[in-house]
Design a protein around this ligand. Sequence first.
Ligand SMILES: [Zn+2]
Length: 251
Amino acid sequence: MSEVLFLGTAGARYVVAKQLRASAGTLLKVENDLLLLDPGPGTLVYLAKYKIPLEKIKVIVLSHQHLDHSSDLNIIVDAITEGGFKKRGILYLPESALKEPVLLSYLHSYLVKIEILKAKTFYEALPFKFKTTCKLNHSVETYGFLFFLPENKVLGFLSDTGYFEELSEEFKEVQILVVNVVREKPLDGVLHLSIPDLKKLLQKMKPETVILTHFGMTMLKANPFKVAQNLSKELKIKIVAAYDGMKFVIT
Ligand SMILES: [Zn+2]
């Protein structure tokens, strides 16, 4: 059985800066291997706190280069490879993140492989199999992901984006959808999803479970647990709000 561990559930500048929620990204466990998605500030600390065996992290995936998704990448690469003594890990990231660069050049050779993410492309680093979505509507090159799990379920990660009509099509095959819902209400010019955006999306698709995460201040003030509960009732879909350290088991 596969597992998702939310090391952190913070999104947006203020919640990250004040660490009102941790910003340590998400771990996906398939069979006995780990994939780390979007290692933001504090990831190394929380991996230690939860006693995660670093050598089991086989894959690191960056949805985009923003600091709350990438700031701990360098130290994580150093840590999982024992300072480069054990060549380990495959890193997947958008080309713009590699060009930025989010990874210091001397760390490149520590990894087994660095692979550039492209839109709507299938990747395999067994036991992990995943596909990128189209380019999302964010201020930098950003992708969402569909993970194909051994339980014959598809787990979707909808990263930072403004709402657009094709989103439901991109994630139509998922049973479990993790959504970065930064804002309670939409704000013009902010390329993040809000609760009304999520409602629009869920009118066009019906996953078994939706997990909300990556909360900004307006979501924290609204209480993500209550928001999820109300949405569940209204839309008749199981919707939960992630919290730091939450484990979700897929059977
Ligand atoms: Zn972002």
